[in-house]
Design a protein around this ligand. Structure first.
Ligand code: MEV
Length: 323
């Protein structure tokens, strides 16, 4: 049996705006998805017959990427992420599955983070009607802190470029890494789950619709782009206060794009007095918020009292690996 683990991600800045080419900053978290594969008599997923139409990410990776024609597989998935909650669980699943299948087919070939990031992005795009930035997939594959933008961003280490035909036209992204300074080691992320699931594909489609009907909303996407750059400067300098302020500002613009919810706003407000900054993270509409804090216990308690489910993580865990 082969098992691979891929971390989930937390977007610090730039969700939604990144789909339109603006920059986004995301970190890999300590929690993630483990996929185990072993040969079997029949195709089995999680102890049940594998129905490929119900699992577009898995079918895409097996059929379109690996053109798998070997023995049937028994696939098991274990996740410590909240699912459909903006933590990149489908990106982590795609990365862990692709790593496990590669190791099953060619055990001596070392894992290549960039190759896996591209595979997982193609799986996300095929499952999200062609609208997916490489943010979730690259962060889960490469680990650490990842910046995704349509142009190269100063002060980052360029890793690879990628593009995608979306219903809104061709998009190009540059994927880079940023080293997390030591000053940030005294800080934690507390991710607060609202308990309400949300579909990334429909939230991304909702923003596309909002912007096409109200072109002035493009201004919010541009503001998120500017806040992201300021946040990145603060992060690179290890300036926790400025980093938190930029997170607060980003949440405000996401509210204007109508991707927040009452529960997300409630958890953000509850966390703020005990943190440096707080915002929704990921697609919104439900899912999770995130707070940056030096007192993760206190922040977790505040989120829990407000009805959320907290999860603590350091910033920038390692990327996909055989476990
Ligand atoms: C989802 O985690 C992040 C979004 O920006 C979508 C994407 O980047 O593909 C909402």
């Amino acid at each position: 049996m082969i098992s691979a683990f891929a971390p989930g991600k937390c977007i610090l800045f730039g969700e939604h705006a990144v789909v339109f080419g603006h920059p986004a900053v995301a970190v890999a978290v300590d929690h993630g998805v483990t996929v185990s594969v072993s040969e079997s008599k029949d195709w089995v997923l999680e102890g049940k017959p594998f129905l490929k139409d119900r699992h577009p990410h898995i079918s895409h990776i097996l059929e379109n990427v690996f053109q798998y024609d070997g023995a049937p597989l028994c696939i098991d998935i274990e996740s410590s992420l909240f699912s459909a909650a903006g933590m990149g669980s489908s990106a982590a699943l795609s990365n862990a599955l692709a790593a496990a299948i590669q190791c099953h087919l060619t055990p001596d070939e070392p894992l290549d983070g960039v190759k896996l990031a591209r595979i997982a992005h193609s799986a996300e795009a095929s499952a999200q009607k062609g609208r997916a930035s490489p943010t979730d997939t690259a962060t889960s594959a490469l680990g650490g802190c990842i910046v995704v933008s349509d142009t190269r961003v100063d002060g980052t280490r360029h890793i690879f470029d990628t593009e995608l035909d979306t219903p809104e036209g061709k998009r190009h992204w540059s994927v880079s890494a940023v080293d997390i300074p030591e000053d940030l080691e005294q800080s934690w992320l507390v991710i607060g789950y609202t308990g309400e699931g949300s579909s990334t594909g429909s939230m991304v489609a909702k923003v596309a619709d909002l912007v096409s009907k109200n072109p002035e909303k493009m201004g919010d996407l541009e503001s998120i782009g500017k806040i992201t750059k300021a946040g990145l400067t603060a992060l690179s300098a290890g300036n926790l206060e400025a980093l938190g302020m930029a997170m607060d500002a980003c949440h405000h613009k996401l509210q204007s794009l109508e991707v927040s919810s009452n529960k997300l706003d409630m958890l953000v407000l509850a966390a703020r007095p005990h943190s440096l900054g707080a915002k929704l993270t990921g697609a919104g509409g439900g899912g999770c918020m995130v707070a940056l804090t030096t007192d993760p216990k206190r922040t977790s308690e505040a989120i829990e009292v407000a009805g959320g489910i907290p999860m603590i993580s350091k910033l920038g865990s390692e990327g996909v690996r055989i476990s």
